[in-house]
Ligand binder design. Structure first.
Ligand SMILES: Cc1cc2nc3c(=O)[nH]c(=O)nc-3n(C[C@H](O)[C@H](O)[C@H](O)COP(=O)(O)OP(=O)(O)OC[C@H]3O[C@@H](n4cnc5c(N)ncnc54)[C@H](O)[C@@H]3O)c2cc1C
Length: 409
């Protein structure tokens, strides 16, 4: 039986482990943290199969100054960090040309449309229905201008057959009466779903993986030596040998790739969440607030406000100004919110073209990469796991994965 190592137990690693174990491999997951406890824990909970509009968009470069000056805007950057990492920023901006954006949107649609079906394959064996809600996501436009500016996104969605429904203010009020009267209009993403407890889903899938005979080592991967005959993974005082290696360590994946002499333009978009106490259920569905770029989601233990983008690298401590901003704006939309129970910062793994890398390493034939899922890793966890499984089985995936190739940079 072939021995497969998976580095990273976020949702991508967990789903890959599940599919590979079911295929009969001897699978070991290695992570320094508890499974599902990093970026895959604190996100905005959406199975966002509609989210095919990349954050690269034509005209972004011209909008940047006003975005950055906006007091409670969705984006903030650490200029010293950007200056040190200029090549990534330049590559990112190069992907904002109209043709390129159309291409990226179509490649995102291509994988997103398999996302629900792939989770269904897992969920037919593992019952997580108590953690999933079918109430569709609602996007709230703060002003007419933000509604009008969204036209380009609507066109991309329409072109790729993603269904939305525009709502007047009164229609929004009917759906979500507790929201304060601070918005212009809304939009519903048809057929979207969300979870009320991402960690519980990750843990349940991982538990079944272990019950099937999968192994878990809670250690930091220090180094990797790839030889033709095997792959040696060095974890603290131990060396372990495998036939295949899957690298799905989210925002840290390039650090692991560097260990085997490869390098990718991976950076991180940091995001935050606040968990508020609520004495009652305030909203039925995830509600996105356009002014500040976060979602409000009623989760199992309160109300989570999650989102925003900060470009400041992996290592800087959390920026409390962002937390304050999210609190201020959340209370503006939902003044009934109670006390803050906890706060969190996570690191989205982002490549300059907003597409993930899923495929065999160009230089190390026993290594498979699966990372860079930016704002969509929760949505794309299962479909990525399925693709990884077909690659390890030397089969052809039923999705064209050329656009996600590790060779493209
Ligand atoms: C605020 C916010 C909101 C979001 N909202 C959504 C949403 O609504 N829908 C959606 O689809 N996506 C959303 N995302 C994106 C999504 O959360 C991520 O894309 C996804 O969680 C990435 O999963 P992953 O498995 O690649 O990485 P992670 O979950 O980060 O897992 C990577 C793992 O690798 C491990 N690791 C790293 N280095 C090492 C090492 N040297 N040795 C051992 N282990 C190592 C880490 O400990 C970690 O457990 C959001 C993200 C943020 C920040």
């Amino acid at each position: 039986m072939k021995k497969v190592a998976i580095v990273g137990a976020g949702i991508v690693g967990i789903c890959s482990a599940y599919f590979l174990k079911k295929s009969g491999f001897d699978v070991t997951v290695i992570d320094k943290e508890e499974p599902g406890s990093m970026t895959s824990f604190g996100h905005a909970c959406s199975f966002a199969d509609y989210a095919n509009v990349p954050i690269n968009y034509p005209g972004l470069i011209w909008d940047l100054p006003s975005m950055l000056l906006k007091k409670d805007g969705p984006l903030t950057v650490d200029f010293f960090y950007i200056l040190k990492n200029l090549p990534w920023a330049i590559k990112f901006l190069r992907n904002c040309k109209k043709d390129k954006v159309d291409e990226i949107a179509s490649s995102l649609t291509n994988i997103l449309k398999h996302s629900h079906l792939s989770y269904d394959e897992i969920f037919k064996d593992i019952n997580v229905s108590q953690f999933i809600s079918n109430e569709e996501n609602l996007y709230l436009f703060d002003t007419k201008k933000s509604f009008d500016d969204y036209d380009y996104a609507n066109k991309i969605r329409e072109k790729n057959n993603v269904k939305v429904r525009n709502l007047t203010k009164d229609e929004v009020k009917e759906l979500e009466p507790n929201i304060e009267d601070v918005y212009y209009s809304g939009q519903l993403f048809k057929g979207s779903k969300h979870t009320t407890n991402p960690l519980a889903i990750s843990q349940k899938i991982f538990k079944v993986f272990l019950e099937l005979g999968g192994k878990y080592i809670k250690k930091n991967v220090k180094n990797i030596i790839n030889r033709n005959e095997n792959i040696e993974i060095i974890i603290e005082n131990n060396n372990i040998y495998f036939d295949k290696l899957i690298i799905c360590a989210g925002a840290w994946s390039n650090q692991i790739a560097n260990m085997i002499g490869e390098n990718f333009p991976l950076d991180t978009e940091r995001g935050y969440h606040i968990l508020f106490e609520t004495s009652e259920r305030l909203i039925k569905r995830p509600v996105a607030w356009s002014e500040s770029g976060f979602y409000l989601i009623q989760v199992h233990n309160g109300l989570r406000a999650a989102g925003t983008v900060e470009i400041a690298g992996l290592n800087k401590p959390p920026n409390m100004k962002r937390i304050k901003m999210i609190e201020r704006q959340s209370r503006k939309v939902l003044p009934q919110l109670g006390k803050i129970k906890s706060t969190w910062m996570g690191r989205r793994p982002t490549l300059p073209d907003s597409l993930p890398i899923i495929g065999k390493s160009p230089r190390n034939s026993n290594v498979i990469y699966a990372f860079g899922h930016q704002h969509l890793g929760w949505t794309l966890g299962a479909v990525t796991g399925k693709i990884v499984n077909t690659i390890v089985n030397d089969q052809k995936p039923n999705i064209d994965i050329e656009a996600y190739s590790p060779n493209r940079f």
